[in-house]
Ligand binder design. Sequence first.
Ligand code: UPG
Length: 434
Amino acid sequence: MFARRIVVVGTGYVGLTTGACLASLGHRVVCSDVDAAKVARLSRGEVGILEPGLGELVAEGIAAGRLEFVLGSAGAVADAEVVFLCVPTPMGSGGGADLAAVESVVAEVATELPAGCVLVCKSTVPVGTSARVAELVGRPDVAVVSNPEFLREGSAVHDFLNPDRIVVGSASQDAAERVAALYARLGAPTVLTDAPSAEMVKYAANCFLATKLSYVNAVAELCERLGANISDVTEGMGYDRRIGQSFLQPGPGWGGSCLPKDTAALLQVAQSVGFDFELLGAAIDSNARQREQMVAKVADACGVGVAGSLDGVRLGLLGLTFKAGTDDLRDSPALAVAELLAARGAELVACDPGLRGDEAPLRDVVTLVDDPYEAAKGSAGLVVLTEWQQFRALDWPRVAGLLAGPVVVDTRNHLDPDVLRRAGISWRGVGRLP
Ligand code: UPG
């Protein structure tokens, strides 16, 4: 495999991970962004996002002369062999993906791309977008390829370098093979297909994962009502290789920057072609109910009944990010539960290892503190909303002494109920009895 001259447009967590990892595989990579301050920071090796291993890879790439950061994409692509589009595709009006950023980059680079260059859509884009991009570029000497990412936040570098699969789709077999060859050293199974199928893989996979979680959360609810234990149930289910042990952990609902956006987008796309994707719609609705369910559980644990008022009740929240290991609050179910609790009148003091105490957007909903014991002090109970390891290691007898009411609602089944019981705390989990 020969080193390639690669340009990555967009330095969010997908673009930056892609650029730094491709550089670590030996390619020469230029990452471009429209944010001058960000480009300056990245050029100094300062990575602004919490992503394990990424800072090191960026520093190594810069030091080796294989990775650089530039402002704007038009100049950067002039000698590129492959250009990756890694710009955001947020949820637009009506639930569909907003392609404004993709279209604006394409308009900027279309005439600058060298002949024979391959343009790769890595952002999650609706089925048919690669074909649309090819139309916008309007050049027979530039091939467009879909190569979706499957990177989980918090383990993006690991996922990039240890992929379950590489999916590459294009009308041009040669272009698809050239893109697949960039990953050859990783030795992953590779699916070479057409562009619409590659685009569909991404949506179908994320929507399947979301549906799997909605299903698990519903089974957990049923377990609770019937006196079964969801942890044993999912373990028993997961040994079936067709099901697998992962992505079976019940919680306050699924969130983050991808699953909510992608489920809404596929539902909308289905509607646009006259298909009522009822199953997916039900998974989305059930996810919204899951958050309400958690609020009812907290109210019940506080002794005011599932629908009772929490007016003036002080609660400590452990975790606000959408999952542990990130500082990302986008579509965080934890934050959604916090907002619902606040709407019922609760006074919230939250601690999250990924967030600093001065996080501005949260001030209306919660008081953010850096010390979990501060969140416990004088509270009627604690609510675990994100599964940070740090929370398992708390000094629970000390927490019990600080709480006004010795109750913990653990929406992630993250803590050890025996440890809490020994500390004199009543533990309420999801899908299992205490
Ligand atoms: N979650 C659970 N239980 C589980 C696993 C996950 O409740 O057993 C929740 C998690 O807390 C979070 C959501 O599900 O709220 C999504 O988690 P995860 O998939 O780890 O997060 P992302 O980083 O958003 O990754 C997803 C896909 C990844 C894809 C990315 C962007 O897993 O493959 O690349 O979205 O599309």
